[in-house]
Design a protein around this ligand. Structure first.
Ligand code: PLP
Length: 342
């Protein structure tokens, strides 16, 4: 039976352009540990794409490493990272930020649609005992963009929240494991979504959008960059064959490949959601702003969809998660909709 992959964009393969970039990098030898020409060029590419002459980039192998390292560079061990209470760093990374942050804690902030709001952030900040060593001192704010529930912050929402954080001397991080999906959805530039909106450090994901264990930390803050030189090494992320990660990231960010791949996944999700919205007994739980949709339907129908070859995650009784990816085809969406209709 032909299955239709809607579990996760992590389940997708590697984009052909990325495979070609790895093959092209696979000639001759190159100096190890990121001192190679490709990694050097990656810095230029990142500076151009993010329109920031001082940006520095640190390739790493997972999104969890990118987040934990990025945050460790902007929180002291006695510090706290504020994030939405549903954030991936808080709920799905096994406390990696606390480990690499030397004991720093994460504190969840409430907010509708899985987004922190200025009011909820102010309330959280007002409840801190500032200067009192009994309280972890918030020094970083972390956004998940898009969120784990498929919602996105507008650029103005990010800017408003980073400004509140900056008033308290905090710096801001953006978990962009799916940054490209948010960028194409909002139609803004990488600069507008990040440093121009007050973000100091970005976890830039590529793996979910066609890369092969290639993620990067993009840093606009010199102090954090200086820290990351040592922190990436001590955590085992200065890989000897970094040139293969750098080659992927260069290809990813060149000629809009990242946007093209993310446009496919977002467009397929929009088609899927539009079709599902017309089927009785199927309730959409979020707007299809990116490539992720949560859907409520009867458990016996969920069982039948599974039997028909649809792959998805069950989120509890009567709720499933559907995720499209860079390689999802219109034909697969049509077949998925046929299964839902029947
Ligand atoms: C929003 C978000 N951030 C970070 C990660 C972590 O990425 P990785 O699984 O590569 O560690 C994920 C993975 O699913 C994610 O969804």
């Amino acid at each position: 039976m032909d299955v239709i992959e809607l579990r996760s964009d992590n389940a997708a393969g590697v984009a052909p352009e990325i495979v070609e970039a790895i093959a092209a990098a696979n000639t001759g030898t190159a100096i190890a540990y990121g001192a190679d020409d490709l990694t050097e060029r990656l810095h230029d590419v990142v500076r151009e794409v993010f329109e920031h002459d001082g940006a520095r980039v640190f390739p790493v192998t997972s999104g969890t490493a990118a987040n934990a390292l990025a945050l460790s560079a902007i929180v002291p061990p006695w510090g706290a990272v504020l994030c939405h209470e549903t954030a991936h760093i808080l709920n799905s990374e096994g406390g990696a930020t606390s480990l690499l942050g030397g004991g720093a804690v994460m504190r969840g902030v409430a907010g509708d649609d899985f987004l922190m709001s200025p009011d909820s952030l102010r309330r959280a900040l007002d409840s801190v005992g500032w200067g009192d060593p009994h309280y972890s001192q918030p020094t970083a704010l972390s956004f998940t963009q898009p969120t784990d529930r498929g919602t996105i912050y507008s650029v103005d929402q990010i800017a408003a929240l980073t400004e509140i954080a900056r008033e308290r001397g905090m710096r801001s991080h953006l978990d962009g494991a799916r940054l490209a999906n948010a960028l194409v959805s909002l139609g803004c530039t990488p600069a507008e979504m990040t440093w121009k909106a007050g973000i100091d450090v970005v976890s830039l994901g590529a793996t979910k959008n066609g890369g092969l264990s290639a993620e990067a930390i993009v840093v606009f803050d010199d102090h954090a960059s200086d820290e990351l030189v040592y922190r990436t090494k001590r955590s085992g992320h200065v890989t000897s064959k970094m040139r293969y990660q750098s080659a992927q990231l260069i290809a990813y960010l060149t000629d809009d490949l990242w946007r093209r791949l993310a446009t496919n996944s977002n467009d397929r999700m929009r088609e899927l959601a539009a079709g599902l919205a017309e089927i009785d007994g199927v309730e959409l739980l979020n707007r299809p702003d990116v490539n992720m949709l949560f859907v409520r339907l009867a458990d016996e129908h969920i069982d039948r969809l599974e039997a028909a070859g649809l792959l998805f995650y069950r989120m509890g009784p009567g709720v499933i998660r559907l995720v499209t990816n860079w390689s999802t085809t219109p034909g697969e969406i049509e077949r998925a909709l046929t299964a839902f209709r029947s």
